[in-house]
Design a protein around this ligand. Structure first.
Ligand code: 2AM
Length: 183
């Protein structure tokens, strides 16, 4: 079985900047610079045949290229239930449209529909220890004004996730180019 998800890769310079935000804060499980991404659809464990069906379905997804802007910080859980800190995405109808089409594609390939609302985000950190929670409050306040330059989205990626003792490693399995509109 292979563990898959669909997401957007981020430009190296942006990943470097994002990874730098948390430098020096310990006790938090920061996402490694090379693993920073935006999840469009978590798939989970599938077998080879299912993976092939998914690739085939994703290959038919088409939207014109577009831009997104990362803007502000958000969290999953709050207070004593804080689980993750992430960078938010400015509302983007084209990103929503891409997400919808990918959702339809994976359902067409035989996967159950995702019941949860799509909250586009780039996870920066997961809570390592309870003590770390206190450090994240000031971190969030300090970086609340984070904003990226517009990021051009001209492809999306099927990632394989390898779970390791220290977290996960993500490897791009397949990239799907978005079509340019005809003039
Ligand atoms: P996260 O960043 O909010 O933790 C690879 O694991 C990606 O898929 C991560 O970005 C993660 O989102 C997301 N993910 C992991 N498990 C998931 C699940 N059970 N449901 C939805 N998304 C999940």
């Amino acid at each position: 079985m292979i563990r898959l998800f669909v997401g957007l890769e981020l430009p190296a310079k942006l990943r470097e900047r994002l990874a730098g935000l948390g430098a020096g804060i310990e006790g938090v499980r920061w996402v490694d610079e090379e693993n920073l991404h935006l999840t469009l659809r978590f798939i989970g464990e599938v077998d080879e045949a299912q993976a092939e069906d998914i690739v085939e379905a994703l290959d038919r997804v088409q939207v014109p290229p577009f831009r997104i802007v990362l803007d502000g910080l958000g969290t999953f859980g709050a207070g004593v239930r804080l689980r993750a800190v992430w960078v938010a995405v400015q509302p983007s109808p084209p990103l929503e449209a891409l997400h919808r089409k990918i959702e339809r594609a994976v359902v067409r390939a035989g996967l159950p529909a995702e019941g949860r609302r799509f909250v586009p985000h780039v996870t920066l950190a997961r809570l390592g220890s309870v003590a770390a929670r206190e450090k994240l409050g000031p971190f969030i306040a300090y970086n609340a004004g984070f904003r990226s330059r517009p990021i051009r989205v001209s492809s999306f990626t099927l990632f394989q996730s390898f779970l390791t003792g220290e977290g996960a490693d993500y490897v791009a399995v397949e990239r799907f180019d978005l079509a340019l509109e005809e003039a």
